[in-house]
Design a protein around this ligand. Structure first.
Ligand SMILES: Cc1cc2nc3c(=O)[nH]c(=O)nc-3n(C[C@H](O)[C@H](O)[C@H](O)COP(=O)(O)OP(=O)(O)OC[C@H]3O[C@@H](n4cnc5c(N)ncnc54)[C@H](O)[C@@H]3O)c2cc1C
Length: 388
């Protein structure tokens, strides 16, 4: 296959390109934004299964060098009283979740992709595609690029998804935004491998403090889909102040101390299933294909798994249509199951299953849970080969 076009330069697109190069295939990434990542104040956690997928293509170091280990979640109530501690599942202590700045991950993946020979073109917004044995991608500024396959890694509002199937379902707004921020020296940094998750009287929020003293926080704000469009940092801080008024929550101290340039808000969506994954020389990876609640902390890890699995299929199965069938066979059940595990609405009450889990401290401290091992202990055997 002489040229594979990857549309979108987020986690999914960049990892797919890296994996394609690892498989000996070519990749050109076309990203709509004129520059690389920003994502002020935003962070994410790469789970054990995401790390495993990066390891398969010799890229795990990109995360390890820029992140720190996150081992547990300390659940607390609106009076700052402990509700329990949940150990985050991991195959073993050295391969557990890692938390990092989103922008650091994008930058590291982009640099690594270029180092491995990937072309990255910025300012290229896909608007159409034509299939003619190969595929030609059309971009907003009236340019076009031809290739043998087009991989849509263009996120929640994927254009590729609609080009593959104009009737494809659209992501559903969940009714809440996640507001995120970063602030230095606002909270003690003596417990940096713990997430703090607060169940306030009206909403949930949480934080983690990095070893260098920077606290990264999030708060789940119930609101209309467009309600925060254009909201200033001052407005976001005011809304959160009202939401947590009267609660005694550590995260709120961090929110109050955060500078304007370090607050950001993201609408949260769900996309449980996409009926048609591939058609006319096009396929999908990452949020373009499945969107889980941030409560799963799996979006980036799943995107990485998608890209690595797709690259293996294209490496091992010469017929592209057959390779894309194999990709769907290997991925569909797993990604749809992940979306089902997310909390649809992160309400202020501790969810029942979590409450039951926390009741038994010994169980909550286990690094393995029969109910979730399928998710976190997933292993991609890069050398193993994919068959039809
Ligand atoms: C608040 C919040 C917290 C989260 N926390 C976590 C977490 O802790 N752990 C985790 O694993 N996941 C988390 N996620 C989910 C995770 O961020 C996403 O699943 C992941 O970033 C998806 O990557 P992606 O590359 O598919 O999409 P994106 O990161 O959205 O990238 C898509 C890219 O495509 C580009 N693009 C879009 N349209 C076009 C077009 N027409 N042409 C060209 N380019 C285009 C965009 O500019 C963008 O760069 C969180 C999500 C949210 C909202």
């Amino acid at each position: 296959m002489s040229r594979i076009l990857v549309i979108g330069g987020g986690v999914a697109g960049l990892t797919t390109a890296i994996a394609l190069r690892h498989a000996g295939l070519s990749a050109t990434v076309c990203e709509a934004h004129p520059t690389g990542a920003d994502g002020r104040g935003a962070f994410l956690t790469i789970m054990a299964n995401g790390r495993d997928a990066l390891r398969a293509v010799d890229a795990e170091h990109l995360v390890l060098e820029r992140s720190f280990a996150s081992r547990q979640v300390r659940m607390r109530d609106s009076h700052d009283r402990g509700l329990g501690v949940l150990t985050i599942p991991t195959p073993d202590p050295d391969h557990g979740p890692r938390t990092m700045r989103r922008a650091d991950l994008y930058r590291a993946l982009a640099d690594e992709a270029v180092r491995r020979g990937v072309e990255i073109e910025h300012g290229k917004r896909l608007v159409g595609a034509r299939h003619h044995g190969g595929v030609t991608a059309f971009f907003a500024e009236d340019s076009r690029i031809g290739g043998d396959l087009l991989i849509g890694a263009d996120g929640v509002r994927s254009t590729t998804r609609s080009l593959i199937d104009p009737k494809a379902p659209q992501p559903e707004y969940t009714g809440w935004h996640s507001v995120m921020g970063a602030v230095r020296d606002a909270l003690p940094a003596d417990d940096y491998d713990s997430y703090y998750m607060y169940f306030g009287r009206r909403a949930t929020c949480g934080h983690i403090t990095a070893p260098d003293g920077e606290t990264w926080w999030f708060a789940n704000l119930p609101c209309g889909e467009q309600e925060l469009a254009g909201a200033s940092p001052t407005e976001l801080r005011r809304r959160l102040g009202d939401l947590f008024a009267g609660d005694r929550i550590g995260t709120v101290r961090a929110i109050r101390a955060t500078g304007d340039d370090q607050i950001t808000a993201a609408a949260c969506y769900q996309l449980p299933t996409v009926p048609t994954w591939s058609r006319a020389g096009m396929t999908l990876v990452g949020d373009a294909l499945h969107v889980a609640s941030p409560s799963t902390t799996q979006g980036a890890s799943m995107a990485i798994e998608d890209g690595v699995t797709l690259a293996m299929c294209l490496r091992d199965i010469p017929d592209t249509t057959a390779a894309l069938h194999a990709y769907e066979r290997l991925r569909r059940e797993r990604v749809e199951r992940v979306v089902r595990t997310g909390f649809r609405r992160p309400g202020p009450r501790l969810p029942g299953p979590l409450r039951r889990l926390l009741r038994d401290r010994a169980v909550a401290r286990r690094t393995r849970h029969p109910d979730t091992d399928w998710l976190h202990l997933h292993h991609i055997d890069w050398g193993g080969g994919v068959s039809l």
